[in-house]
Design a protein around this ligand. Structure first.
Ligand code: UDP
Ligand code: MG
Length: 311
């Protein structure tokens, strides 16, 4: 009998966890009856400060299918995904949020997409961005368009992390043991045959989202730095462009002085140019700095997560 492992990152999810457990076990029982497939649930407590860990302990003592890892502090969802995936044993591995925004009821269709239709992975994306602030949608769209142009990450707009994969794909993800993790990019970068199903965005069942606009913005910059060196190229191109501009300007000033003499003027415009070029230089140094910072963290080879307790 084959097994589906489900990885669930949880950070302060005590309100929603019992609801999630009820729903996922209902689906697991149904699928066991219909397709003869077992379930293994790997919950990752990402340093929650509420009753999440206590709930997980209780669930795992009552249900042999439930396993959990508990981090020593909050390491972030990316680390939780990595830890969860590396502790799965099933032939098929699913990844879903604890807040029921990823409906467990879709798992059956996803499973059939793999075993019946032969896809390597069935992933989900939301069909609309309804219910989201327009400004956030705008920036999200810009981000997806940009990252797909400048990298091989191949990210589908509106893609969720909710997906079911074959073991080979999980191994590929785990082989990318980088410290600065951007899962959306990693999922696209490794390739494989991915079948997309879309569904209407569902509101969180309970509890609160952990993402603010600012956090999302920084996360998108992480994604760009992790999957593309285009910003460095842009910095170089800007450098060349300004050298060229300076040369043209030099010629103009030279000829003008020869023809019309040298009435000293243009102090304000000079200041503007100096400030402008200074700004560009700082920007380019900053871009290079971002990559150096990532390299610095990467070369330290720190663990991606630290487990305090597991079962
Ligand atoms: N999460 C996590 N660590 C964090 C933040 C979030 O493990 O530092 C988990 C969270 O418990 C949830 C999932 O990641 O299961 C998605 O988080 P959330 O629902 O807050 O994000 P959204 O759905 O709003 O993008
Ligand atoms: Mg959510």
């Amino acid at each position: 009998m084959s097994t589906i492992s489900i990885v669930v990152p949880c950070y302060n999810e005590q309100e929603v966890l019992p609801l999630f457990y009820k729903e996922i076990t209902r689906v697991a029982d149904e699928m066991k009856a219909a397709h003869d497939v077992d379930f293994e649930l790997v919950f990752v407590d990402d340093g929650s400060r509420d009753g999440t860990l206590a709930l997980l302990r209780q669930m795992s003592s009552e249900d042999a299918r439930v396993h959990y890892l508990s981090f020593s502090r909050n390491f972030g969802k990316e680390a939780a995904i990595y830890a969860g995936l590396s502790h799965t044993t099933g032939e098929y591995v699913g990844l879903m949020d604890a807040d029921l925004q990823d409906p467990p009821a879709l798992l059956e269709e996803m499973y059939l997409g793999i075993v019946r239709d032969g896809h390597d992975c069935v992933a989900t994306c939301r069909s609309t961005r309804k219910g989201e602030p327009p400004i956030r949608s705008f920036f999200a769209r810009c981000f997806y368009r940009l990252i797909n142009k400048i990298s091989k990450a191949n990210i589908v707009d509106g893609a969720r992390d909710f997906r079911l994969m074959k073991r080979v794909m999980v191994d590929a993800i785990l082989s990318m043991a980088e410290y600065n993790r951007f899962s959306k990019g990693i999922f696209g970068w490794i390739g494989f045959d991915i079948h997309w199903i879309s569904y209407e965005n569902v509101e969180r069942a309970a509890g609160q989202t952990k993402w603010s606009f600012w956090k999302l913005f920084l996360y998108s910059l992480e994604g760009i730095v992790a999957f593309s060196t285009a910003p460095l190229a842009i910095a170089s191109i800007m450098g060349i462009f300004f050298c060229f501009l300076a040369f043209v300007f030099l010629c103009v000033v030279f000829v003008k002085t020869l023809l019309f003499g040298d009435p000293v003027a243009g102090y304000p415009s000079l200041i503007c140019v100096i400030l402008f070029i200074g700004g560009i230089q700082l920007l380019c140094t900053g871009i290079a700095g971002q990559y150096i910072a990532k390299m610095y963290l990467e070369t330290k080879k720190r663990p991606i997560y630290i487990i305090k307790e597991e079962k």
